[in-house]
Design a protein around this ligand. Structure first.
Ligand SMILES: Cc1ncc(COP(=O)(O)O)c(C=O)c1O
Length: 330
């Protein structure tokens, strides 16, 4: 991030409290128009969560909102979370903590490679500190012993789980649904990319039974995510959420991970190039491009009926485009 932009953030946001967090977000909607959609009689719109905030981008804004409000309510001054070196979650969290005047620490999966990649460079410029741990240690991140060791080392902190996915994230993402309805009225399907499942859980919680939510896994072998989603929804219901039981159908498509998490293939790149030039909407390769590729493929294959209205979530993370060069599988 350029020096001037950082300064602007500092002047505009720091020390102004957290009112910006609790304000309801409008979600801009882009209606897509192309031959394939006309031929199949499908109305497809993209909910541009990538536009809700320049740094706390996409689903992260909604996933972090109630976590940060809770941290502030508890009087926390230090936030700790987890992620890899290209994590959109850490990037958004660092920006949010900077704006709120909170200290932030990232428990990083794997060694800290210098010079820092662009994601970690931005995080550092927002004051985030890094605690690299081995991949084996990282797998223990949810264990009480590991968390205790962190407290011994770092003192008091508010813990946000990896990817920000917990009941408070579900509560935040659920607010996306009424924001879309306010823009375009009712619709039939709501689609998103899936990593930890927090975002899809929030959509299921917010949507209610007539709307079907479909997730497109970004992870190879991500069949376990369904269990995580059920667990997250149960936690949400136990805290302050209520869900219409009929709406809890976890529909995850596992066919469009393109070789694994963050991997890309020339076919995906061609799709991104076509999509971006046709609709003037930038994509990133880890989640939203794969979800849209899968969705277009399924429309082509006739999964949806004529006249149906589909909304696909652009979950942001465009900062991650800077990592694309190293991940192409030819
Ligand atoms: C840009 C983007 N889209 C989608 C997702 C998937 O969200 P979730 O982990 O809640 O399934 C992530 C990961 O957090 C992400 O960074």
């Amino acid at each position: 991030m350029a020096e001037g932009e950082l300064q602007k953030l500092q002047d505009d946001e720091v020390g102004k409290g957290a009112c910006w967090l609790s304000s309801a977000k409008q979600v801009p909607i882009a209606r897509l128009d192309c031959d394939l959609l006309s031929a199949h009689g499908i109305e497809l719109s993209v909910a541009r969560l990538d536009l809700v905030d320049p740094q706390i981008s996409g689903n992260k804004w909604f996933k972090l909102k109630y976590n940060l409000i809770e941290a502030l309510n508890q009087g926390a001054t230090h936030i700790v979370s987890f992620g890899g070196a290209y994590s959109n979650h850490l990037h958004a969290l660092a920006a949010a903590c900077f704006r709120l005047g909170l200290k932030s620490t990232a428990v990083l999966r794997g060694e800290l490679v210098t010079p820092l990649n662009p994601t970690l460079h931005d995080c550092k410029s927002w004051g985030m500190e890094f605690l690299p741990v081995t991949r084996t240690q990282y797998r223990e991140k949810s264990s009480p012993q590991f968390i205790q060791q962190l407290h011994d080392q770092l003192g008091a902190f508010y813990l946000v789980p990896e990817g920000g996915s917990n009941a408070l994230a579900v509560k935040g993402v659920a607010e996306v649904v009424p924001a879309i309805v306010a823009e375009i009225g009712v619709f039939d399907y709501l689609c998103c990319g899936v990593g930890s499942g927090g975002t899809l859980s929030g959509l299921i919680a917010g949507a209610g039974s007539p709307v079907k939510c479909i997730g497109y896994s970004a992870i190879k072998g991500g069949q376990y995510i369904e269990g995580q989603i059920k667990e997250l929804l149960a936690q949400y219901q136990m805290s302050d959420g209520s869900i219409d039981d009929e709406s809890v159908v976890v529909d995850i498509v596992h066919d469009y991970h393109f070789g694994g998490f963050a991997k890309v293939q020339p076919e995906l790149i061609s799709f991104m190039t076509w999509f971006e030039s046709s609709f003037d909407i930038p994509l990133e390769h880890v989640y939203t491009a794969k979800m849209l590729y899968g969705l277009f493929d399924q429309i082509k294959a006739g999964r949806f009926s004529r006249g149906q209205r589909i909304v696909a979530l652009h979950t942001g993370g465009l900062q991650g485009r800077r990592a694309i060069a190293g991940n192409i599988i030819s």
